[in-house]
Write a protein that binds this ligand. Structure first.
Ligand SMILES: [Zn+2]
Length: 160
């Protein structure tokens, strides 16, 4: 397994070339946050909007940016990669090897781990949504903490 890979079973697979060959069409490959942002302004409820940020919180966390109607990647192509930004200097060790990354505090993986502790239950992301809507106190605490961590990252972005 490749160290730190989000989809380790895909390492080494030339997905762009394989899809173009199989479909005989041009294929565009990007990450889910960037494509989520693009879909919002292309087909979603925000069509016609020139500037948008799409925040994706799943097993990973990322932001897709649309600036002047087009995806924005920044100078080195990682502008929206906020999941491994340090939020808590003494926080949990992340799969990337750093400590206190946003993903260690707000990803669905983290929420599932926190809610599953001691229960022996394996939760899925939809269980978090269902339990939050049912006002389960532990679920609401975990979701609230995740929101605070994301908000803290946003506040750091605005300051810097
Ligand atoms: Zn990390």
């Amino acid at each position: 397994m490749a160290q730190g890979a989000i989809l380790p079973e895909w390492v080494g697979i030339q997905i762009l070339e394989r899809l173009e060959e199989a479909l005989d069409l041009p294929v565009y490959v990007d990450n889910d946050a960037n494509l989520g942002a693009l879909s919002e302004v292309t087909w979603g409820p925000h069509s016609g909007i020139s500037n948008l940020m799409f925040l994706k919180i799943g097993s990973g966390i990322g932001a897709g940016l649309i600036i002047n109607g087009a995806p924005y990647y920044g100078a080195v192509g990682i502008t929206g990669e906020i999941g491994h930004a340090t939020i808590h200097e003494y926080g949990a060790i992340c799969r990337c090897g750093n400590r206190g990354c946003l993903e260690t505090m707000a990803s669905t993986t983290t929420m599932i781990e926190l809610l599953g502790k001691g229960s022996g239950l394996h939760l899925e992301p939809e269980d978090i949504v269902r339990n939050a809507l049912a006002r389960d106190p532990a679920t609401l605490r975990v979701v609230d903490d995740a929101g605070l961590a994301v908000g803290a990252r946003w506040a750091m972005w605005r300051i810097s």
